[in-house]
Design a protein around this ligand. Structure first.
Ligand code: GTP
Ligand code: MG
Length: 390
């Protein structure tokens, strides 16, 4: 892997991260891995560059079978970048995958993606026991954005299958690509239909936790859940609107803005990924997806050497994941970690309160000292005057 790029774009808000769950984020900052998946040409590479306001994932120059140049991603491309805002560091990994759907037979087109996710769990598991944690290479996928073609109709069987497979291994976030190609009503209908399919097909998607003791955060999480699947617009071009440069796409009939909530859900998705839910994505990857992988592995139910999905072992692993017992266990784990996080928050609030009390006490002491000093100065003055008279 090459040296990580340093992003010098406008602040994108990662400094809010320590406020989420400061404790889990170590002094070195956080490491966060986002994966992009879905059919070819839906704007995956463009989206990454829009999200980070820079050409972070270059479009690869390739040629199609007619020898025409095309900017397609042809292999899994790992981009590393470091972001720093107000002393908070984020080590970012972007896994940009080649879109599928171009082949005559697209069956199992999702396989390289699923294998990549599994391989990262496997690699982390092997490294875990080594003594020097700083040497661990961790590319476990914390969020997989799955791009859906904005047909306005329904989900393809390939999408359903791919999402099912990904959802059992990583935090799956479905995204409707190129939101500018559907009218607002078409988009509403399309979203409704996709949500119904996700439910009917038992596709596991990431759901932001609703915090019981923080009303504003709970409201925000509810809004995010209602917006799923997020409709996004990507653009690598800036246009001037009312004297301000904004990202968007220009059409003969008008202009669509990436960061306008009336036009798409880009801001909500960015907030989920980089501000409000980054830590939950990291923690749930560790506690749910990685732990599940480890458990299946221990039970001998995952065999990473199998390249074919027809393997009976993999089938039994999937049966395990669909098992109500597993679902119960997952719920229990989620409740447990939500509880842990709440306790952490409580401890932090208490600690803040103690500091506040201590500060008040010190201020009070300081005021007393100052007043004592003033009195002493007065006394010295009086004594000096008395001495002068004598
Ligand atoms: N209308 C519209 N076009 C978009 C949007 N995002 C990207 N595009 C265009 O779609 C084309 C494909 O974009 P890419 O970002 O290369 O798509 P990709 O998903 O990475 O494609 P593969 O690498 O082949 O998988 C480009 O011409 C983009 O300018 C969008 O939100 N709306
Ligand atoms: Mg691409």
């Amino acid at each position: 892997m090459s040296q990580p790029a340093t992003i010098n774009a406008e602040p994108i808000g990662i400094t809010n991260l320590p406020n989420q769950r400061y404790k889990i984020v170590s002094k070195e900052g956080a490491a966060f891995t986002i994966m992009l998946a879905g059919e070819s040409g839906l704007g995956k590479t463009t989206f990454i560059n829009t999200l980070f306001q820079t050409v972070l994932a270059p479009h690869q120059d390739n040629r199609n079978r007619f020898n025409k140049p095309v900017k397609k991603t042809v292999e899994i491309n790992i981009v590393r970048a470091e972001l720093e805002e107000k002393n908070f560091k984020l080590r970012l990994n972007i896994i940009d995958t080649p879109g599928f759907g171009d082949n005559v037979n697209n069956k199992n087109a999702w396989q390289p993606i699923v294998e990549f996710i599994d391989a990262q769990h496997e690699s982390y598991m092997k490294q875990e026991s080594q003594p020097q944690r700083s040497l661990i290479k961790d590319l476990r996928v914390h969020a997989c954005l799955y791009f859906i073609r904005p047909t306005g109709h329904t989900l393809k069987p390939l999408d359903i299958e791919a999402m099912k497979k990904i959802g059992t291994r990583a935090n799956l976030i479905p995204v409707i690509a190129k939101a500018d190609t559907l009218t607002p009503n078409e988009m509403l209908e399309f979203k409704k239909r996709i949500r119904a399919i996700i439910e009917a097909q038992n596709i596991r998607i990431y759901s932001p936790p609703i915090e019981a003791d923080d009303q504003a955060a709970a409201e925000h999480a509810k809004q995010l859940i209602e917006s799923m699947p997020f409709a996004v617009i990507g653009s690598e071009e800036d246009f001037e609107v009312d004297g301000k440069m904004v990202k968007g796409r220009r059409y003969p009939w008008g202009f669509v803005e990436v960061e306008n909530d009336q036009h798409c859900d880009f801001r909500k998705l960015r907030s989920l990924l980089l501000r409000t839910n980054m830590l939950d994505l990291i923690v749930s990857t560790q506690e749910i997806h990685f732990e599940t992988y480890r458990r299946l592995k221990m039970n001998g139910e995952v065999n990473t050497d199998d390249s074919k999905d027809t393997s009976s072992k993999r089938k039994s692993a999937e049966r395990f994941i669909d098992n109500p017992e597993f679902v119960e266990e997952e719920k229990r784990l989620k409740r447990y970690f939500a509880e842990q996080l709440r306790n952490e928050d409580q401890r932090f609030k208490q600690w803040k309160q103690n500091i506040h009390t201590e500060k008040n006490r010190l201020n009070h002491d300081l005021a007393n000292l100052q007043s004592d000093m003033k009195k002493l100065e007065e006394e010295v003055k009086v004594l000096k005057q008395a001495k002068a008279h004598n």
